[in-house]
Design a protein around this ligand. Structure first.
Ligand SMILES: Cc1cc2nc3c(=O)[nH]c(=O)nc-3n(C[C@H](O)[C@H](O)[C@H](O)COP(=O)(O)OP(=O)(O)OC[C@H]3O[C@@H](n4cnc5c(N)ncnc54)[C@H](O)[C@@H]3O)c2cc1C
Length: 377
């Protein structure tokens, strides 16, 4: 595996960095405090290719590989975890599901809108009573002639309110197999398809998280992806790729927190010297740098396997598990290095600390990643 940045990675990394400095950094705390999901920003990200990084050019995307994709997410997340999370959910989950399992007609119709950022996508698997045990979902899809009738609700859905289209997983209640489920592309405005409560969250506050409600929603069979009964298997494959992007999101948050703490350790004087001269502080920084480096190696290894078309369920889970725990630990130490100032909203580290925690929960908790890894041993 060659870890040197490719020309494309260098370009996308610089572009994402410049984009984040210009269009994200000035508004980070406003969006966070007002819990505002900045829809227009995502349309603009589309103009820069950030909403369809993996989508082939023939469907209006940037046509890049997983290396460029995770590089871009890391750069955006360094400045704002929320925007990084929404970018990851849009690219890997909704768009990624259609790219992997949609038919040609579905790809033509939806990818061009999603990849250009004209439309925002959501991906709905989790329900109020089935999170980790998502295969046990209760939202029901019953076949009725050329249509499927969908009833139920989905919980914690990123862009649940503002998305134009959602990929929705629902259980086939008329199948003999109790865990049989299918995936559907459902457009906003379809009668009976609405959103419910928006969550008020600890972190990732500029990334909208909302309930989706389905009340006798009639979905034409042309909106089914693949065959009926394949939904959960498709979802697990989509999550393999999604977990690499959450590892990249974690890396960005960890790197952002580390850089802030390193700079502060050189500026802040106590006992007539910079606090970074104290071994107690410099050892924290050494641990942070080492763990971020290790997380990056795991993340790029999983991405490399994904690019080569190798099975990487275990490696994606390892990267997500480790990188997300490193993000939480790094952000925690960054607050410690900032002391009392780190506990205020005048400095960026309290936000990294709040945002990082989502990374150990979304797209499968750390415990679920350990189950995935253990099963493969
Ligand atoms: C901000 C945010 C955005 C999200 N976006 C989306 C989205 O876009 N689409 C979507 O479908 N979902 C989304 N989710 C849902 C997310 O994937 C779930 O929250 C997550 O999978 C955990 O499910 P749960 O919250 O129901 O926790 P639970 O499954 O109830 O878990 C509670 C605790 O029990 C532990 N646990 C559960 N089972 C086991 C076990 N077998 N062994 C050991 N421990 C176990 C868990 O690790 C956890 O610590 C989002 C969540 C958040 C918070």
């Amino acid at each position: 595996m060659n870890l040197d940045y490719t020309e494309n990675q260098r370009l996308i990394s610089q572009m994402a960095k410049d984009f984040a400095e210009k269009y994200i950094r000035p508004f980070v705390m406003k969006w966070d405090e007002e819990q505002e999901f900045p829809v227009d920003l995502f349309h603009k990200m589309g103009e820069y290719g950030l909403m369809g990084v993996l989508v082939p050019e023939q469907y209006g995307g940037a046509g890049m590989s997983y290396f460029e994709y995770i590089t871009a997410i890391e750069e955006i997340a360094k400045v704002c975890g929320s925007i990084g999370l929404s970018m990851a959910a849009h690219n890997s989950l909704c768009t990624g599901h259609i790219l992997a399992f949609g038919n040609e007609e579905q790809k033509q119709k939806y990818l061009s809108k999603l990849a250009t950022g004209e439309w925002i996508g959501a991906w709905a698997l989790t329900e109020a009573n089935t999170g980790s045990d998502s295969g046990n979902m209760r939202t029901a899809a019953i076949e009725d002639g050329d249509y499927w009738i969908i009833n139920g609700s989905k919980n914690f859905i990123t862009h649940g309110k503002s998305s134009n289209v959602a990929v929705v997983l629902a259980r086939n209640t008329n199948s003999e197999d109790k865990r049989s489920s299918s995936s559907f592309i459902i457009e906003k405005g379809t009668p009976g398809f609405t959103h419910g409560r928006k969550e008020n969250k600890l972190g990732m506050r500029a990334s909208e998280t909302c309930e989706l409600l389905f009340d006798n929603v009639r979905v034409h069979k042309s909106q089914l992806m693949g065959n009926a009964g394949e939904g959960f298997k498709q979802a697990m494959k989509v999550l393999d790729g999604g977990r690499i992007s959450i590892a990249a999101l974690s890396l960005g948050i960890a790197q952002g927190a580390f850089e802030a703490a390193l700079a502060y350790s050189k500026e802040r004087q106590q006992f007539n010297q910079p606090i970074g001269h104290f071994q107690g502080i410099s050892f924290k920084l050494a641990d942070m740098a080492t763990e971020i480096h290790a997380a990056r190696l795991l993340t790029f290894k999983a991405a490399d396997m994904k690019i080569k078309g190798q099975k990487m369920t275990r490696e994606a889970a390892m990267a997500k598990l480790y990188a997300s725990e490193v993000a939480v630990k790094t952000a925690n130490e960054a607050v410690q290095i900032f002391g009392g100032y780190g506990y205020t909203k005048d400095f960026p580290v309290e936000k990294y600390y709040r945002d990082a925690k989502l990374c150990t929960i979304g797209e499968g908790t750390s415990e679920i990643q350990k189950i995935v890894i253990a099963k493969s041993l």
